[in-house]
Design a protein around this ligand. Structure first.
Ligand SMILES: [Zn+2]
Length: 473
């Protein structure tokens, strides 16, 4: 089983932290930093190198990468202005070759004036507010990223090692900064080349499409990196005392042909060797095997308890992650349909931008769903602690990953609510009500759609936790 494999021995020469290397620390740090860039081209190789990096070093790498946001932002701003204020146009056409380049370069000299102008336009309070908002944004991005990756890092064994590995991957993969800013700058410059009219609303399609693709690329790189094995021998799962599968009663003294003294469940059903085999899906996790997919889905919907009682908790994590990825693709596809639906009910005109907008909605919704899975996975471990139980993140992730497909219901209700609300405002139904009533309808229906949509997922996860919390395997 790949799940149980120990991390392969790491070549000390390739490891940036190895004390044996004679190379200076600065050089090893530069190599580590370079790996944060290369991570989006060959994630697996880079991630193997990351597995020995300490958290303080990872934080240092993230700070260095974040500092690059300032120069990269200037490059992007200059490129944006080149397009939006027609700086590179000679008559109706784009300036050619070196001419365009020097004009573009010249705009950097104007940056101090722009910033000074923007600063003088703001009140002192606004500046303070912007600083706080930026800080909150950075923290939110890191937290969201952490929870998105957590289910993919879950491996049987020490929970702290898993949390540390996820955090380290988030910090070290901040190299996305060096991809996002140049790509977006190039997109703005190419808008001039392709003759897009100025104004953000005229170039929504290429901008949203590039953002969606960048998010997708980043996510794929990070998921591949975080899925590498990070456990040392001490972090592998430890043998545990035999307990009853249903009530958690200690069965060390119980006869193998007896019953649990607490709840009466036959001991063999908790401790038998044949208990909790891999499910049909887990033996061959492929979305092409429709029969296995539908049987698992049927069980998830109609008999979640028996599904989660029937599967092992210390095995099959990669299959569960495979299920999660497929579920998120379905969530994305479903969310993609929301934006064209606006056109179908007559809120928007049909145009190409709708499809680009759909792509952005799809990626963002799938990311939100992934974040929910991560928060829930961590939440189960915290729930366990409050109840005096030690639940491994890897066991929790099986309940959350398999239940994730039920979020299709959430996207459906959420999408229906958004489209219906847009039609409500667009067709002027709102004028039949007092403003406060129509605002109440908007907020109320939003809350109901999203709470009800997530409820099924939450309940299934809860039932899953009950079935995995005392598992012996
Ligand atoms: Zn029992």
């Amino acid at each position: 089983m790949t799940d149980m494999a120990v991390r392969p021995a790491i070549d000390p020469a390739a490891s940036p932290d190895a004390p044996e290397t004679a190379k200076p620390r600065a050089w090893s740090f530069v190599r580590l930093w370079l790996s944060t860039l290369a991570a989006y081209v060959c994630p697996r190789r880079m991630a193997n190198r990351w597995n020995t990096v300490s958290l303080p070093r990872a934080i240092l790498v993230a700070i260095v990468n974040l500092l690059f946001v300032v120069p990269w932002y200037c490059v992007m701003l200059v490129s944006y202005v080149s397009w939006d204020e027609k700086k590179l146009l000679v008559g109706p056409k784009m300036a050619q070759g070196s001419n365009a380049f020097y004009t573009w370069l010249g705009l950097f000299y104007e940056l101090p004036t722009w910033f000074h102008h923007a600063k003088s336009q703001m009140a002192h309070d606004t500046r303070y507010g912007i600083a706080v908002a930026l800080l909150a944004l950075v923290i939110a991005v890191f937290l969201m990223n952490f929870f998105i990756l957590l289910p993919f890092a879950a491996r049987p064994g020490d929970n702290r090692a898993c949390l540390r590995h996820t955090l380290r991957t988030v910090l070290l993969s901040t190299g996305w900064i060096h991809i996002w800013f140049p790509v977006l700058s190039l997109v703005f410059l190419s808008l001039i080349f392709f003759g897009f009219r100025t104004g953000f609303e005229n170039a929504m399609a290429p901008i949203l499409m590039s953002l969606a693709l960048l998010m997708f690329w980043t996510l794929v790189g990070q998921v591949r990196a975080v899925r590498t094995d990070y456990r040392s021998a001490a972090e592998l799962p430890k043998p545990k005392d035999p307990t009853c599968d249903v009530c958690g009663y200690d069965l060390r003294a119980a006869a193998s042909d007896g019953r649990c003294p607490e709840c009466g469940k036959p001991v063999v059903e908790s401790l038998g060797q044949a208990n909790r085999p891999l499910t049909e899906w887990e033996r061959h996790p492929s979305w092409l095997r429709l029969g296995a997919v539908f049987r698992q889905l049927y069980q998830l919907v109609f008999a979640p308890r028996s599904l989660f009682y029937s599967m092992p908790t210390r095995e099959g994590q990669r299959a569960a992650q495979h299920w999660l990825i497929g579920s998120m693709v379905l969530v994305g596809l479903e969310a993609y349909l929301i934006v064209p639906s606006f056109a179908a009910v007559g809120v928007f005109e049909w145009w190409i931008g709708l499809f680009a907008g759909g792509l952005a909605v799809a990626v963002v919704w799938a990311l939100l769903a992934l974040m929910m899975v991560g928060i829930e996975t961590a939440g189960i471990v915290v729930y366990g602690r409050f109840h005096g139980l030690h639940i491994e993140l890897s066991a929790a992730s099986k309940a959350t990953c398999y239940s994730s497909i039920l979020m299709l219901f959430w996207v459906f209700l959420g999408g229906c609510q958004l489209v219906a609300l847009a039609a409500f405002w667009n067709n002027g139904y709102a004028r039949h009500y007092l403003p406060r009533v129509s605002e109440g309808i908007s907020v109320g229906s939003l809350a109901v759609a999203h709470i009800a949509g997530l409820l099924w997922y939450e309940l299934t996860v809860y039932r899953g936790v009950r079935a995995i919390q005392y598992a012996n395997k």
